[in-house]
Design a protein around this ligand. Structure first.
Ligand code: KIV
Ligand code: ZN
Length: 382
């Protein structure tokens, strides 16, 4: 089967940083950008240069600091934005301007108070200007998830003719279902003249909890870039989570897709982003949550202790997590209890474990989790 590379476009430092309270300074951003480069992302969206002098400076410093990754700056389809972004990116080995405009009738009417024709004019003018300043220009059709598909195809065809190298189809409001998002991408692949000259990109928000599913549906339908953030942070319910799409693609080689993500770095970077942004990761978050490799019910623990793959599809080492956790609660069984006692140096007989198990349940009913100290006092009771 032929293998298609999926470019990972990380927007932790732009869309991710839009989360209230997650603002970063330049030093923090440069540090994270260097880690993202080591992680193997293909593009770093470093910021929105015209938005503030601080953001301009961050984009400029990131462009100087990283070597082997494309550095991207966001703009509106506005001349000044594009010129300022090109200036902020002047030190980048591989600069990219990411410009765009609303594409749904909702945005065209309420945000821009204009017409579809005028949107195409503004979009193509912006792309042409950006292409005069940098060789790599990505166009975003904001709110493409709710846009009329025939108009979206016209807009995308026009910006490719104007020189866009990447066309981003954002589900800005996280509205689409996976099959609908896939249909949009497939329609563009089949109906846009010149589409083979550009990379189609997925940019999905998580308002219905579908950002990862939609991005995967998009690449299965022919897109070749995913825009995502570490820990899925971003506006409202967040963006597509980088660690989720990278691991889903890795765990499903039958898709014929791959990324350059070095998965063993995922846990470390997740923690660094969470600490730097002071934004905790929910415990049940896929791949990087505290409970992602924790087993607490008796049935699962028994299976896991016999053979880890009974309940784990990912070896925690593969994503840089310590080891799988056996959590002792009132739902745990004898095998987990005996296993933990053994780890603590107690090799009890089956009869002793039976007695200890009754005492353990009494403690476990009182507490959320039974600790090693609780086990030590149980052990001394026998
Ligand atoms: O969600 C969105 O549409 C965006 C664009 C600016 C790409 O973040
Ligand atoms: Zn977004």
């Amino acid at each position: 089967m032929s293998e298609h590379k999926i470019d990972i476009f990380d927007t932790t430092l732009r869309d991710g940083e839009q989360v209230p309270g997650c603002k970063l300074n330049t030093t923090e951003k440069v540090k994270l950008a260097l880690e993202l480069e080591l992680l193997g992302v293909d593009i770093i969206e470093a910021g929105f240069p015209i938005s503030s002098p601080g953001d301009f400076h961050s984009v400029e410093q990131i462009a100087k600091a990283v070597k082997d990754v494309t550095v991207c700056g966001l703009t509106r389809a506005v001349q000044k934005d594009i010129e300022v972004a090109a200036d902020a990116l002047k030190f980048a080995n591989r600069p990219r301007i990411h410009t765009g405009i609303g594409s749904s009738d909702n945005h065209i009417k309420y945000k821009f108070n204009t017409t579809r024709e005028k949107i195409i004019e503004r979009a193509t003018a912006a792309v042409k200007l950006a292409r005069n300043l940098v060789p790599d220009v990505e166009f975003f059709a904001e709110d493409a998830g709710r846009a009329d598909i025939v108009f979206l195809a016209q807009l995308i065809e026009a910006v490719i003719a104007a020189g866009a190298t990447v066309v981003n189809i954002p589900d800005t409001t996280g509205f689409c279902l996976p099959h609908q998002y896939a249909e949009k991408i497939a329609y563009l692949v089949s109906n846009v003249k010149g589409i083979e000259k550009a990379t189609i990109s997925c940019h999905c928000h998580n308002d219905l909890g579908l950002a990862t599913a939609n991005s995967l549906a998009g690449v299965i339908a022919g897109a070749r870039q995913i825009e995502c953030t570490i820990n899925g942070i971003g506006e409202r319910a967040g963006n597509t989570s980088l660690e989720e799409v990278a691991m889903a693609i890795k765990k499903h080689p039958e898709l014929g897709l791959y990324t350059n993500i070095e998965s063993t770095r995922l846990h470390g970077l997740s923690k660094q982003v969470s600490d730097t942004m002071r934004m905790p990761v929910q415990p049940n978050k896929a791949i990087v949550g505290d409970n992602a490799f924790a087993h607490s019910s008796g049935i699962h623990q028994d299976g896991f202790l016999k053979e880890a793959t009974t309940y784990e599809i990912i070896d925690p080492m593969e994503v840089g997590a310590d080891i799988s956790k056996i959590v002792l609660t009132a739902r745990s069984g004898r095998s987990a209890l005996a296993f933990r006692f053994k780890k603590l140096g107690h090799d009890f007989t089956r009869d002793q474990v039976d007695v200890l198990y009754e005492r353990f349940l009494a403690v476990a009913d009182e507490k959320k989790e039974v600790t090693d100290e609780d086990l030590a006092s149980l052990a001394s009771s026998i």
